[in-house]
Design a binder for this molecule. Structure first.
Ligand code: LLP
Length: 420
C-alpha cells in the first residue's frame, strides 16, 4: 500500500496535490512519501518480531540522505556496497554497528575505511578478497567480523540482469566450496568468522526460490557448526518483489516471507539480518512528468513526456513495467498511447499500448513505483539536468535534492591545457 491516491479528482501525495508540487518545483521530479516509507519499514520489522533481527536497508535502491535518515530514525541499519554508500549511510545517521558491507570486490582502501568505522560485518565474496581483508585488518591491528556470501545455485526466476544466485553468476562462494573457505578463514589473522550471507536476486515474486536457498543455508550452518565454527548471524539478503502492476501481480507479503524464513532458519538461534531495498522505497516514490506533445504517428499515438530514460532507466534497461496514470482523474474518452521521452533513442520508451484519458500538452502524468533504482540510476545523458527529488510528509514537502543548473553540469568539464 502507498500514499499516492486520488482525492477530489486528482492524485495526492499524502495530503498534498501532486499538481501543487509540480507547479512549485517544475517537472519532471521524483516525489517520495514519508508515511509509505515508515509503513514498509514497520511491516518488515513486524514480520520478524520475536527474533534477534536487524533490517539493513540496501541503500543502493535510493541513497538520498533524507530517505536514509527517515529509515534510520525508525531503527534501520544499512547494507552498503561501496565506500561512497558507507559514507552516505554514516552521514545520514546510521550507526556503524548496524552496517553490513556487501559487494563483489572491495578494494584495500574501502576495507581500511570500513574497519576504521567499526562496521558490524563484511560479507566476503571470494578467497582473494578474504586474504586482502586479513592483510589490511592485521596491519591496522583490527579484527574484521565476516560472513561469506554463499551462492546457493538457486534460480531466482527473475530478470536475467538482476538474478544473482545461480552458479554462472559472478556472486559469492559456491556452496560446494563453503566448508573449505570457512576452514581457511578460521586460521587467518585479523578475521573473525561470525556468519553466513546470501542474496539470490531482486524483484522475486515467488517464495519458493527463497525457501530453497534458505534450506541450503540452514544445512550449511549446521555443517559449519560441526566443523567448529561459531556461526551466530544469518544474512538473508534482499530481493522481495513489489507489485509494479497492481492489477495482475501479487508478490508475497513481507509477513509471509518472514514466517517462511523463521520456519526454515529460526531453530538455529542466529541473529537474522535482511537487506531489503526495493520493498522499502519502490512504492514510496513516483516520477511526476508533464506531457510535452501528443504526436499522431502513422498507426500509433505517442505521448511525449518531459521525463526520459536518463531519469528512469528501468523500462529501457530491464523491460520493466511501471504503471502510468494521469494526475487528473478523467472519465472521458480514452486513447491508447506509447509513452516516450524526448531522448534520441528508440529505447527511450516507458510503455507501449497504454490506455489513458485523452491528454494534451501540459497535462501531468505519474509513473508509479519509481522510488527504487530510479533517481540513483539516473544520468545527464543528452545533457539533461538531473531531476529534483521531493519528500512529502502529511501536508508538507521539501526539496531533498535540487535540480542542478546547466553550468553545474557543463562546468565539470575542463579543456586540456593545450586548447587555450
Ligand atoms: N543486497 C544485495 C547484496 C544486493 O545486491 C541487493 C540488490 C539488495 C540487497 C537489495 O535488493 P532488493 O531488495 O532491492 O531487491 N537496478 C535493478 C535492481 C538491482 C538490484 C541489485 N542488488 C532494478 O532496477 O530492478
Amino acid at each position: 500500500m502507498d500514499h499516492f491516491g486520488f482525492k477530489q479528482g486528482e492524485i495526492y501525495a499524502e495530503d498534498l496535490p501532486v499538481r501543487t508540487i509540480a507547479e512549485a518545483v517544475g517537472t519532471p521530479f521524483y516525489c517520495y512519501s514519508t508515511e509509505t516509507l515508515i509503513r514498509h519499514y514497520n511491516v518488515f520489522s513486524q514480520a520478524f518480531s520475536g527474533h534477534d533481527f536487524l533490517l539493513c536497508y540496501a541503500v543502493k535502491a535510493n541513497t538520498n540522505q533524507a530517505i536514509i535518515k527517515t529509515l534510520a530514525d525508525q531503527g534501520a541499519g544499512a547494507d552498503v556496497v561501496s565506500e561512497g554508500e558507507l559514507r552516505r549511510a554514516l552521514k545520514a545517521g546510521i550507526p556503524p554497528e548496524k552496517i553490513v558491507y556487501s559487494g563483489v570486490a572491495k578494494t584495500k582502501q574501502e576495507m581500511q575505511f570500513a574497519l576504521e568505522q567499526g562496521i558490524f560485518q563484511f560479507n566476503v565474496e571470494s578467497e582473494p578478497e578474504l586474504h586482502q581483508l586479513s592483510t589490511v585488518a592485521s596491519h591496522m591491528g583490527k579484527t574484521a567480523a565476516i560472513a561469506f556470501r554463499i551462492n546457493p545455485d538457486v534460480d531466482a526466476k527473475t530478470h536475467a540482469k538482476i538474478s544473482t544466485g545461480k552458479s554462472e553468476n559472478k556472486f559469492g562462494i559456491p556452496l560446494s566450496h563453503a566448508r573449505e573457505i570457512y576452514g581457511i578463514a578460521a586460521k587467518l589473522p585479523g578475521i573473525r568468522v561470525q556468519g553466513v550471507d546470501l542474496h539470490i536476486g531482486s524483484q522475486l515474486t515467488d517464495l519458493a526460490p527463497f525457501a530453497e536457498a534458505f534450506r541450503r543455508i540452514a544445512t550449511l550452518v549446521e555443517d559449519l557448526r560441526v566443523d567448529g565454527h561459531d556461526i551466530s548471524v544469518i544474512d538473508l539478503g534482499g530481493g522481495l518483489g513489489i507489485p509494479y502492476d497492481r492489477e495482475s501481480s501479487k508478490p508475497p507479503l513481507p509477513t509471509e516471507y518472514g514466517q517462511m524464513a523463521k520456519r526454515i532458519i529460526g531453530h538455529l538461534g542466529c541473529k537474522i539480518i535482511i537487506e531489503p531495498g526495493r520493498l522499502l522505497v519502490g512504492n514510496a516514490g513516483i516520477l511526476v512528468s508533464r506531457v510535452i506533445y501528443v504526436k499522431q504517428g502513422e498507426n500509433r499515438k505517442f505521448l511525449i513526456i518531459d521525463a526520459a530514460m536518463n531519469d528512469l532507466v528501468r523500462p529501457s534497461m530491464y523491460d520493466a513495467y511501471h504503471e502510468i496514470v494521469a494526475v487528473k482523474e478523467n472519465e472521458g474518452p480514452a486513447s491508447t498511447y506509447d509513452i516516450v521521452g524526448p531522448v534520441c533513442e528508440t529505447g527511450d520508451t516507458f510503455a507501449r499500448d497504454r490506455d489513458l484519458p485523452d491528454l494534451n500538452s501540459g497535462d501531468l502524468v505519474v509513473i508509479r513505483s519509481a522510488g527504487a533504482y530510479g533517481a540513483v540510476m539516473s544520468s545527464t545523458y543528452n545533457t539533461r539536468r538531473l531531476i529534483p527529488e521531493v519528500l512529502v510528509k502529511g501536508g508538507k514537502y521539501a526539496i531533498i535534492r535540487a535540480r542542478p543548473t546547466y553550468d553545474d553540469i557543463i562546468g565539470l568539464d575542463e579543456l586540456a591545457e593545450w586548447q587555450d
